[in-house]
Design a protein around this ligand. Structure first.
Ligand code: ADP
Ligand code: MG
Length: 373
């Protein structure tokens, strides 16, 4: 069900792939599953097939026919991922085996961490992060197998914090949306739709959103309330919710500060954070590229996604890692810069559909994800 292949302690950008099940709608219209796992760790995507080597060597795809996606290359490609979640994998599997728990532990220790979901609209990004829409109001429901990664991470975070009883923790959370390069606060409904500025400061150790509402969270319920409030505000007043959410990114951030008493009345203080990012649909990247539009137009549709891909690909290439990384080219990458580089850690969850009708986007997502490894 899950194939792993990683040394997560060494990499600061980890990539996992999650394949959602074929939906009822897809089955009804006669769509078929073309992403397959024929055992032995193999992955097949239609004409694209590949072997997954268990533990130790990378998972790879060999592309033996590219005409269908209009790709320029007919050479075999090596794609490598850390973990592959097959359609039967549960929400809890994703928490347990994606490397998310390590990210949370790192954030507690003072690192800046990001978990983001990438993939075409309908591939399961929001499902993976927050679960199905009906789960808003979950505070009254103690447990559902549908609870997403954010909810589960919050629970795990509090469990970990409670284990460190001699350390004093302060948690704060914020939730924002980036739509068309405008940053909108999802927690302060008074300022809803009034864009906020992204600035850089030495004190903040990087980029930050000016006047962003930050909520003190003493208990697990407070964090969950932040998630619910953001989800609620995200869905208010949107004529075409699907269209809107497929074109916007949301970032839920938990800031974790701690003080541990050391010798002679001295305290060791640490400040880490963790971002949960639900990205815009990846089909947007293709649209801007395939229509030959240049950066200004990509700016209107979804520049951030392209810049993020470029930053990650550059960071993942040991030869280019020390060269210029264009974080400043989009709001999204500005806000994620500290966790992408430096001492941070990033988990990318590439979400794909198993359906034949989505084959091209699926291969594009696998390529994008492989570039990040
Ligand atoms: P995205 O956010 O990438 O646009 P969604 O998360 O909204 O996609 O998923 C699209 C549909 O597929 C939703 O109805 C969702 O509930 C369903 N879905 C996605 N992933 C899974 C999964 N792993 N198991 C069951 N249903 C899923
Ligand atoms: Mg979504």
């Amino acid at each position: 069900k899950i194939t792993t292949n990683y040394n997560q302690n060494e990499d600061n950008i980890n990539v996992v792939v999650r394949v959602r099940p074929l939906s009822k709608k897809e089955m009804q219209r006669g769509d078929t599953q073309i992403v397959d796992f024929p055992g032995n760790g193999q992955i097949m995507v239609g004409d694209y097939w590949g072997n997954v080597h268990l533990l130790g060597s990378p998972i790879w795809f060999q592309v033996d026919h590219c005409a269908r996606t209009g790709s320029d290359s007919h050479k075999p490609k090596r794609f490598s991922y850390n973990v592959v979640f097959e359609p039967g994998a549960t929400q809890e599997d994703v928490l347990q085996f994606s490397g998310m728990k390590r990210l949370i532990s790192m954030a507690i220790e003072g690192f800046r961490c990001t978990c983001f979901c990438y993939g075409q609209t309908g591939s399961g990004k929001t499902h993976t992060l927050t679960g199905p829409p009906g789960l808003i109001g979950t505070r009254t429901v103690p447990y559902s197998e549908n609870h997403g990664l954010i909810f589960r991470s919050f629970q795990y975070l509090f469990q970990q914090i409670q284990l460190q009883s001699d350390t004093h923790f302060v948690l704060k959370a914020s939730y924002l949306e980036i739509y068309n390069e405008k940053v909108i606060d999802l927690l302060n409904s008074g300022s809803l739709r009034k864009p906020l500025a992204v600035r850089w400061s030495k004190k903040a150790c990087g980029f930050f959103v000016e006047n962003l509402f930050t909520v003190d969270c003493e208990e697990l319920d407070d964090l969950i309330a932040v998630l619910e409030e953001g989800l609620r505000n995200r869905s208010i007043g949107r004529h075409n919710m699907n269209d809107y959410s497929s074109r916007s990114h949301t970032i839920l951030t938990v800031h974790i500060s701690s003080e541990l008493p050391a010798e002679n009345g001295v305290f060791i203080s640490r400040t880490g954070k963790i971002n949960f990012v639900d990205l815009a649909g990846s089909e947007m990247t293709k649209k801007t590229q395939s229509q030959g539009k240049m950066l200004e137009e990509a700016n209107n549709i979804n520049k951030s996604l392209m810049v993020l891909g470029y930053c990650i690909a550059t960071l993942s290439d040991p030869k280019k890692r020390s060269s210029h990384i264009p974080y400043r080219d989009s709001k999204l990458t500005k806000l994620l810069a500290d966790s992408l580089a430096g001492n941070g850690a990033t988990l990318m969850i590439a979400c794909i559909s198993p359906a034949k009708s989505n084959a091209c986007e699926t291969v594009n997502t696998l390529r994008y994800a492989a570039r990040a490894k």
